[in-house]
Design a protein. Structure first.
Ligand SMILES: Cc1cc2nc3c(=O)[nH]c(=O)nc-3n(C[C@H](O)[C@H](O)[C@H](O)COP(=O)(O)OP(=O)(O)OC[C@H]3O[C@@H](n4cnc5c(N)ncnc54)[C@H](O)[C@@H]3O)c2cc1C
Length: 452
């Protein structure tokens, strides 16, 4: 148990721009992320500088208090949920420095910069930062790096790790680590290790990110299908034909209906599945994609070159997470991914699962990356539905792994999937990861209970 006097000592060591509270009355959101899991922290600190982070880390180490790093709390795997033994939530959302070197095309950002804030600043210089999770207007870059976030454009441009050039981070000893271009790029690639480490190895305090020249807006296509499998086969065919689309998103009929209810869009409630596609302006490529849709019996196709009208179509996709959340009393969202050639099998499996289950199950995702977000919805929130969710989720995860896929395409393992990690990783590999974790954090104070 930590005394008020000790907390006061910590508060005295923090800078004026930081904040500390032990009263969670107005900060209930710091008990959870965007999943249904939650925990009660002993305190929340909003750090404003490396020195604040160092003070918190040294304090927590001295008093054996778990540290839970946190960005915007939009995570979908329980990554910043405080553990049962309490813990101090260390928010980096106020660390918002943002400098762009347009010549070198490098941005140096604090972990609290929102993804969209970087996109907006880069756009003023004709540049862009491609990894764009659908939460891009809320999530922080620190959270994106810690989760190795993917996004809509990642099919063509790659995911977060492809843009991280280096970082500064604070170890559990309260020392500053420099990785990648913050050093000479020699030695172990510690930055690669920290990317996707879900706050379990160190606290990221600055990130150097690669920017690229902003691509021209391309052609947007919406194609409707009478069966989910035909839409999924189209995804495999487009990729099999060697066509790299900028975006290739799949929505099943029920996800489209949720979106329609959230944001009225004519006709969306009548389809069995939709594909939303963006590709660079190129008549040959557009024709090839259109042909793939028609061969798989698409029932409707719309092609937009006008950016304003195209944006209306993208709204359908961007609102999906909120739309599927608001319609149900409880939603649990899984994000499996499989090789594209197995995508039709996965979609058929989810369709059959939905037909035979008492739960409402729908799905959508970055299909171009073989990614499928499967939502398990309970309209009542009763106990039987929770039990059913557990059974159905395990079936889904086993299926994804049996198709050569993964438990998580982009949301991370966190708390939500740690009990399933053995489905995907063998003991020797898991053991190596656990040994690495104990080198960085021998007393298990950094985000305990996550991943393993
Ligand atoms: C509507 C919606 C749409 C989404 N769409 C996508 C999508 O398209 N693609 C995708 O990949 N994800 C998506 N997500 C999930 C989520 O937005 C991402 O995982 C995002 O990267 C989390 O960022 P955050 O700032 O909210 O991090 P948080 O949720 O606060 O934390 C996430 C993890 O990062 C760690 N962390 C945070 N900051 C630091 C730091 N400074 N140092 C060390 N560790 C840290 C935390 O401990 C935790 O483990 C979506 C979520 C929502 C709600």
């Amino acid at each position: 148990m930590i005394s008020e006097a000790d907390i006061k000592k910590l508060a005295d060591r923090l800078s004026d721009s930081s904040e500390l509270t032990t009263d969670l009355t107005d900060f209930e959101e710091y008990c959870h992320d965007a999943t249904i899991d939650s925990g009660q922290p002993v305190a929340v600190v909003w750090a404003a500088s490396d020195d604040d982070v160092i003070a918190v880390v040294r304090f927590c180490r001295k008093h054996s208090i778990p540290i839970v790093p946190r960005g915007a709390g939009t995570g979908l795997s329980g990554g910043c949920v405080p553990p049962p033994q309490g813990g101090l939530v260390l928010s980096t959302e106020r660390m918002k420095t943002l400098r762009i070197d347009p010549e070198k095309r490098i941005a140096r950002v604090g972990p609290g910069v929102i993804t969209k804030e970087l996109l907006d600043e880069a756009a003023k210089l004709g540049l862009t930062y491609p990894p764009d999770p659908a939460s891009f207007d809320e999530s922080t870059l620190g959270g994106n790096v810690a989760e190795n976030a993917g996004g809509l454009r990642c099919k063509r441009f790659g995911v977060t790790k492809d843009y991280v050039l280096g970082m500064r981070a604070i170890s559990i000893d309260g020392e500053i680590l420099h990785t990648g271009i913050y050093n000479s790029n020699r030695g172990f690639a510690l930055g690669d290790l920290l990317t996707g480490s879900e706050g379990t190895l160190a606290i990221i305090t600055e990130i150097a990110l690669r920017l690229i020249e902003a691509p021209e807006t391309g052609v947007t296509m919406l194609a409707a299908f009478d069966s989910p499998e035909n839409a999924a086969r189209t995804v495999a065919d487009i990729t099999g034909a060697g066509q790299i689309t900028t975006v290739l998103e799949y929505l099943d009929g029920d996800a489209a209906a949720c979106s329609n209810e959230y944001e009225k869009q004519d006709g969306l409630h009548k389809v069995a599945a939709l594909l939303l596609i963006e590709l660079p302006h190129n008549p040959k490529a557009t024709k090839l994609v259109e042909d793939c849709c028609r061969i798989n019996q698409c029932s409707y196709i719309r092609i937009e070159t006008d950016p304003t009208r195209a944006e209306q179509l993208w709204k359908v996709r961007r609102n999906l997470s909120k739309a599927t959340q608001e319609i149900a009393s409880v939603r649990v969202s899984e994000d499996v991914a499989v090789p594209i050639s197995r995508f039709p099998e996965l979609v058929r499996f989810v369709d059959e699962m939905n037909r035979s289950s008492s739960l409402r199950i729908n799905s959508y995702g970055h299909a171009g990356d073989g990614n499928l977000h499967v939502n398990f919805l309970s309209m009542t929130g009763d106990e039987a539905d929770y039990r059913m969710m557990d059974t159905e989720i395990e079936r889904l995860l086993r299926k994804a792994v049996s198709l050569g896929g993964t438990l998580s395409g982009e949301h991370g393992i966190g708390l939500a999937k740690r009990k399933y990690i053995g489905f995907e990783f063998d003991n020797a590999t898991l053991d190596a990861m656990k040994k690495l974790k104990s080198c960085f954090d021998p007393n298990g104070l950094l985000n305990p209970g996550k991943i393993f």
